[in-house]
Write a protein that binds this ligand. Structure first.
Ligand SMILES: Cc1cc2nc3c(=O)[nH]c(=O)nc-3n(C[C@H](O)[C@H](O)[C@H](O)COP(=O)(O)OP(=O)(O)OC[C@H]3O[C@@H](n4cnc5c(N)ncnc54)[C@H](O)[C@@H]3O)c2cc1C
Length: 498
């Protein structure tokens, strides 16, 4: 009989010496980051490679399936496994090597973006691609091949992975890079944790000469001017992100603010030794100087409804217009990159039903028309998105890529018991608009795609190559996720033999 499991706190190492594995733990609630997608799973925390190996062996022996989880920041059900085991690698987070001369960092998969930059920034190295939250882990970022506000320039997280090691469900551990085991390299990055578990990742960091960015906010009245402003800044700027007021109608549809930013060149920052210190990057503990940031979501909660969010979006848009054209300011890298982390637990402001995000990726020539349609369809259904974020992308070489040569618009929707069915129906009506122009979805975010959607998202040849790779790496179908079952439908069922 298995000894009772000693669970460390998340990310901690308490009790590691006495660690034992119990895959028959009671079921517990496993929720998407936005809390709208829920399942029951047996969560096992691993803090070292050996425990991970044992988890794979034990699960195989017991006929159980496993979903991998990093920090649990995905809005989708990609780390959920109804009734099965969820192996959480957030505590497997050691830095294995870091060379301050070359900026090469090798780490276990649970290391987060926050842990990376707090270690490497004083040496002048910043993660080349970061997400809107600093709490995502390297394993999770690799498995979804995450993008940042610089996707148009620097590509995805995976493009900076020079090597990784992966434990396959067969028990084999393989090293992959663009030169070694290349097919697995291009399949497992973006492979949604379905081929194996990352055990180490080597990342090439980006050299920076200052901890500050030069930021230009640009307020724009509609999508047409917004897309033009993105285009005009693509070659000169390192980061571009647009906030869209999704309550704008008619000629105001797509109005919002772009934040364009560039790294400072050597010599531009008079005090780089200060700005590169993590203490000068940390987000403030108080909002507006007085409200402890831990309380902010409570203050926001009464406004998270159609009327309140219309008001907040309008106020944000109008307030931004006070600056003259060409106004710029300097901002710490962390403050610019992780705006969403400013308000801890802001998702709780959405209430018990949580939120989902509908992020579609649309080729450039159709982006404006499609995004206008999606916003109009949402408004007419009485389900306006409360937040809209626009980014510019470029294609990448990974098998299950979500990127296109175009734009993505991420739309956040509040979920309640009473609007849930209508929201899913709305998504069902919006999907053909996206697929109709060769658009894609990103499965770390998707909550609503119907079974078979994977064959609309990717060319048949890519899907078939991925499934063939899954059969080779995971012949017994040990790695399963709720998302895989939901989206890959019949294709997933043929691969679920555990
Ligand atoms: C506020 C916020 C902002 C965000 N902004 C962005 C953004 O700008 N760009 C973007 O691309 N994404 C963004 N995301 C999404 C998020 O960054 C990704 O979902 C990322 O994968 C989360 O990493 P994680 O460690 O939480 O992984 P999880 O969510 O825990 O898991 C993601 C996937 O990785 C797999 N996985 C995890 N660990 C391993 C492992 N060791 N081996 C193999 N597979 C593994 C899981 O099975 C799952 O399929 C955002 C999320 C939030 C909450």
């Amino acid at each position: 009989m298995n000894a009772p499991v000693a669970k460390p706190s998340r990310g901690g190492r308490a009790g590691e010496a006495r660690w034992d594995l119990n895959l028959a733990e009671p079921l517990e609630l496993v929720q998407s980051w936005g809390r709208a997608l829920r399942s029951q799973g047996r969560v096992v925390f691993v803090t070292q490679r050996e425990t991970l190996v044992r988890a794979f062996e034990e699960a195989s022996r017991q006929g159980r399936s496993i979903a991998m989880r990093g920090s649990g920041c995905s809005y989708s059900d990609t780390f959920q496994n109804e009734g099965g085991v969820v192996v959480d690698t957030s505590g497997m987070n050691r830095i294995l090597a870091f060379d301050p001369n070359t900026g090469l960092l090798k780490a276990e998969p649970g290391l987060t973006i926050a842990q990376i930059w707090r270690t490497t920034l004083p040496f002048g190295w910043w993660p080349p691609v970061v997400t809107g939250t600093m709490f995502a882990s390297m394993g999770g970022l690799a498995a979804v091949n995450a993008h940042g506000k610089n996707n148009f320039k620097r590509g995805t997280f995976g493009e900076h992975i020079v090597e990784f090691t992966m434990l396959l469900p067969t028990g084999e551990e393989v090293t992959c890079s663009p030169r070694e085991n290349t097919e697995l390299y291009y399949s497992a990055i973006g492979g949604l944790g379905l081929l194996g578990a990352f055990t180490s990742i080597t990342l090439q960091l980006k050299r920076v000469h200052s901890g500050l960015l030069e930021v230009e906010p640009v307020v724009l009245p509609d999508f047409e001017t917004t897309f033009r402003a993105f285009d005009e800044r693509r070659s000169s700027m390192d980061y571009l992100v647009g906030w869209v007021d999704c309550f704008g109608t008619g000629s105001s549809i797509g109005r919002g603010i772009i934040h364009a930013a560039r790294y400072l060149h050597e010599g531009e920052d008079p005090h780089p030794e200060a700005s590169l210190q993590p203490v000068n990057q940390e987000l403030p503990s108080y909002i507006l100087g007085v409200i402890p940031k831990g309380w902010t979501w409570m203050a926001l909660r009464p406004f998270v409804n159609n009327q309140g969010m219309r008001l907040i979006n309008m106020a944000k848009y109008l307030a931004s217009r006070i600056h003259a054209d060409g106004y710029t300011y300097r901002q710490p890298l962390a403050a610019f990159s992780f705006l969403l982390d400013y308000v801890p637990n802001w998702k709780f402001a959405y209430g018990p039903g949580g939120l989902i995000q509908y992020q579609s990726f649309i080729p450039e020539k159709d982006a404006r028309r499609v995004f206008e349609s999606l916003i109009e369809m949402s408004q007419s259904a009485g389900l306006p998105p409360y937040l809209g974020v626009l980014k510019r992308h470029r294609p990448d070489p990974f098998l299950l890529t979500h990127a296109v040569d175009g734009y993505s618009l991420a739309l956040d929707y509040k979920v309640t018991e009473s609007n849930r069915a209508a929201l899913w129906k709305l998504a069902e009506r919006m999907d053909p608009v996206v697929f109709g122009v060769g658009g894609r979805f990103y499965f770390s975010k998707d909550a609503t795609c119907r079974p078979g959607a994977h064959r609309d998202v990717w060319p048949a040849a890519n899907v078939d190559r991925f499934l063939a790779m899954k059969r080779r790496c995971d012949p017994k179908g040990l790695l399963q996720t709720k998302l895989f079952q939901r989206v890959f439908g019949a294709d997933a069922r043929t691969l679920a033999t555990v």
